[in-house]
Design a binder for this molecule. Structure first.
Ligand code: NAP
Ligand code: MG
Length: 487
């Protein structure tokens, strides 16, 4: 399954064995090497960009309906192969198989969503100050896109960029994370089967600092679509050698506010899901909870019960486990560091705090869902993105205090509110300085509506119609109309 993708690159519609060195890829649940990818060379990056450039005009000039049909074929092939693709993802990422399968199916949905958008690219006619002029505002695809993606959602974070680019009429070169490259190569297999024209989609692999950087600096790339950490996002913005369109979906440090009017059980259930799912390796994971003081103890006690009820396992052997391994040693080490920092500064450990016991967990990057209370903003757990299964809790007395604490961060990706009182809901949602606010639910991002961050969480949007417009330029055509001769 993976061996056929070993060392391969997808450039200009054909599979090539990469000429550069090899980078091993591990199963984070066992430490086993499952395959190796090619570190793409400069020539291979150039070849991929050149293939995308050559394919661009033909793809952009197709009627929207033809691009739509291609995306529908792609979505159909992906959902038909969901089991195999999910196994590849679990092997390299660690999430339980059922969850990986769900992510593949959501990628297929993204194909269908953007297939529908592709036939609704229309412009506007804008009135002028004089009646003899008319302004037509049309939309045109930007050109060649470089997509650079992280390892936490290896299918969806590639897919949103791929589907929106293709719908808009752009062509794309994808550089997936070196921890989870095989899911992207498996998507390229489906692109190939879907008979999407050669060069419209290309995948190169290798270290971000070399291969990703080469794409960022490449004069043939018109737009960078990046998802990853705020530090790498800022570095990319600074290291561009020419002006380029850019969307940056970066880190988060997401708060939840639970008021006294909330349905407490629903708030606990939502918090447990959004703090610990995917082992907390979600940019919109709940990192920190602010709970109305009178309900704090009950909230913490119930959240501990919910956390302890989550099952953990090797995602291949236990497809229905709630949680699998973390994707690598680095996010686990950061989780431990944030926990130690909180405890050293006076927080109290409520549950978790160590790896689960047993042979099954001996060689993988496992950790138990962890809750600390008595937190302050001096602690990293409250002020930095952990990207692991750790949540800090603190009480608040007044709504304004909760808002100040929630907004006290350089990030602005997602925030959560549980409250039944409509006045409270309006007060909080209008004051939270975040691109996404989920109220009485924890799914801050859905395919139908724009999803993006503020402040150090990024610029631009994915999802929704706005997600496709990120891949388009506006063109203003101003026409002067004379009265016809003899009218
Ligand atoms: P990362 O270290 O920033 O890496 C992201 C991607 O950038 C990887 O493909 C990486 O390649 C590549 N890269 C690294 N250095 C580069 C450079 N100099 N030039 C071009 N590309 C470069 O992030 P990560 O650790 O993989 O992912 C976790 C982060 O992503 C978290 O901060 C999380 O919040 C964020 N995230 C944000 C969203 C969102 O929608 N806002 C969604 C998911 C994740 P290599 O893997 O080869 O190093
Ligand atoms: Mg990294």
């Amino acid at each position: 399954m993976i061996s056929e993708l070993n060392g391969k690159l997808f450039i200009g519609g054909s599979w090539k064995v990469g000429a550069g060195g090899r980078v091993p890829v591990e199963n984070p649940a066992t430490g086993e090497v499952i395959g190796e990818i090619a570190a793409s060379t400069g020539e291979e990056v150039n070849a991929a960009v050149a293939a995308a450039r050559r394919a661009f005009r033909g793809w952009a000039d197709l009627p929207g309906r033809a691009r739509s049909a291609a995306l529908k074929r792609l979505g159909g092939l992906i959902s038909a192969d969901a089991d195999r693709m999910a196994r590849i993802m679990t092997m390299e990422q660690g999430k339980p198989l059922n969850e990986a399968r769900g992510e593949i199916l959501k990628l297929a949905e993204a194909c269908h969503f953007y297939a529908e958008e592709a036939v609704r690219v229309h412009g506007e006619i804008v009135p002028n100050d004089t009646t003899d002029h008319e302004s037509l505002v049309i939309r045109e695809p930007i050109g060649v896109v470089a997509a650079i993606t992280p390892w936490n959602y290896p299918a969806e974070l590639v897919g949103w960029k791929l589907c929106a680019s293709l719908a808009a009429g752009c062509t794309i070169v994808i550089k997936p994370a070196d921890l989870t490259p095989f899911t992207a190569l498996a998507i390229a297999q489906k692109v190939d089967e879907a008979k999407i024209p050669a060069g419209v989609v290309n995948v190169v692999t290798g270290p971000g600092s070399v291969v990703g950087q080469a794409l960022v600096e490449h004069p043939g790339v018109d737009k960078i679509a990046f998802t990853g950490s705020s530090s790498v996002g800022l570095h990319i913005q600074r290291s561009c050698t020419s002006v380029k369109r850019m969307s940056l979906e970066l880190g988060g440090n997401c708060p939840i506010i639970v008021t006294q009017s909330a349905n407490l059980d629903a708030a606990v259930k939502g918090t447990a899901r959004r703090s610990f799912r995917n082992m907390g390796q979600i940019c919109i994971a709940i990192n920190r909870a602010y709970v109305a003081r009178p309900i704090l103890d009950e909230f913490v006690a119930k959240l501990a019960v919910a956390a302890e009820a989550l099952t953990i396992g090797n995602g291949l052997d236990r497809p229905d486990a709630d949680l699998g391994a973390m994707a690598s040693a680095a996010p686990l080490a950061k989780t431990r560091e944030h926990l130690a920092d909180a405890l050293a500064k006076g927080a109290r450990l409520v549950t978790g705090g160590s790896a689960p016991e047993g042979d099954e967990f001996a060689r993988g990057h496992f950790f138990r869902p962890t809750i600390v209370t008595g937190c302050t903003h001096e602690m990293k757990v409250m002020s930095e993105e952990t990207f692991g299964p750790l949540i800090g809790v603190m009480p608040f007395d007044r709504l304004d205090e909760a808002i100040t604490l929630a907004n006290d961060t350089p990030y602005g990706l997602a925030s959560y509110v549980y409250a039944k009182d409509l006045d409270e809901v309006r007060y909080l949602t209008t004051r939270l300085d975040y691109g996404n606010v989920a109220v009485n639910n924890v799914d801050a991002g859905v395919m139908n509506a724009p999803y993006g961050g503020r402040k150090q969480s990024g610029v631009g949007y994915e999802h929704g119609r706005e997600g496709m417009l990120e891949y388009m330029n506006f063109k203003h055509i101003r026409v002067r109309h004379d009265l016809p001769q003899g009218s």
